[in-house]
Design a protein around this ligand. Structure first.
Ligand code: ADP
Ligand code: MG
Length: 277
């Protein structure tokens, strides 16, 4: 019957997703400008496949700019300029042959302020993730997709009986998880998260951290966070950004999260991770 078919399709969908290995991302010698203002200088960072990389550092040091460079949002700012390369596995996403829409399909993004389409239903919010990337789907493909993405975002059991209610009626934490579900709709290889929990309460924060840890099996995650406990709870790799005394944003130190927190090389890293900044 219909439910057996549905179950089979859901299993197939889950299987396909699991079979796509996460991608690695690498920034090479990235420099970035807004007009004449150099905000990032010579930033190189490897973000290993299937790991969570945390970007930490004081406000204004270029973390969000760096994240936007990783999914080609930076170029949408009229005054913005860029040098360097971003490799997604073997491909430079800035190569002439690589289209913006390809970057959108492979690299998802979640922002600090949850931004579901408030008047749109929960169901349509998830499907909108496909539309934004220019991907079509049949009705039954959409049904499977919505269930699968909401499950991965830890929302299915909570919301399956009100898929037609507006996304704007959810709590802040649920809205953010809906945004995660929307970003998963195209099965991205990379998920970028810019302070995804800064606007949330501690309980919602922990739920999203658990979701991230599960997602890391199939998608490589890069998260900007000001929460040092969060960086330690979720990330394997960490990069400390700093912009100081006329120096543009750059990476002071990066590496294994445990080492960065337990035994940092640079005294400025030591001060920052211990809250002395
Ligand atoms: P962070 O996320 O670490 O707080 P940002 O990447 O937001 O840092 O900002 C880095 C620098 O770039 C700051 O000096 C900021 O004022 C500047 N900046 C960010 N976005 C823009 C923009 N759209 N136009 C001009 N300057 C910008
Ligand atoms: Mg920022």
């Amino acid at each position: 019957g219909a439910s057996a078919t549905r179950e089979r399709l859901a299993q197939a969908e889950a299987l396909t997703a699991a079979l796509v290995p996460p991608s690695r991302l690498e920034a090479r010698s990235i420099s970035a400008w807004f007009g004449d203002h150099l905000v990032l200088q010579d930033v190189s960072l490897q973000m290993p496949a299937g790991q969570i990389t945390a970007l930490i550092g004081p406000s204004g040091c270029g973390k969000s700019t760096f994240l936007r460079i990783l999914n080609r949002m930076h170029e949408l700012v009229p005054s913005a300029a860029l040098a360097g390369e971003v490799l997604l596995d073997a491909d430079d996403i800035y190569d002439a042959g690589h289209r913006l829409v390809d970057a959108r399909k492979k690299i998802g993004m979640v922002f600090q302020k949850p931004n579901p389409f408030p008047a749109m239903s929960i169901y349509d919010n998830v499907v909108a993730g496909l539309k934004l990337a220019g991907v079509g789907a049949t009705r039954s493909e959409k049904d499977i997709l919505v269930e699968s993405c909401l499950t991965k975002a830890g929302l299915w059991n909570e919301l399956k009986d009100r898929l037609r209610s507006p996304g704007g009626g959810l709590s802040g934490g649920q809205q953010q998880r809906l945004c995660i579900a929307r970003s998963l709709a195209v099965k991205p290889r990379i998920l970028l998260m810019d302070e995804p929990c800064s606007a949330l309460d501690p309980t919602s924060t922990r739920v999203i951290e658990e979701t991230m840890l599960e997602l890391a099996q199939e998608v490589t995650i890069v998260i900007v966070t000001h929460n040092m406990q969060q960086a330690q709870r979720v990330s394997q790799q960490c990069a400390f950004f700093l912009a100081s005394q006329g120096q543009p944003g750059h990476i002071v130190e990066h590496g294994d999260t445990e080492a960065m927190f337990g035994d940092p090389i640079d005294p400025r890293t030591h001060d920052y991770v211990n809250g002395r900044f």
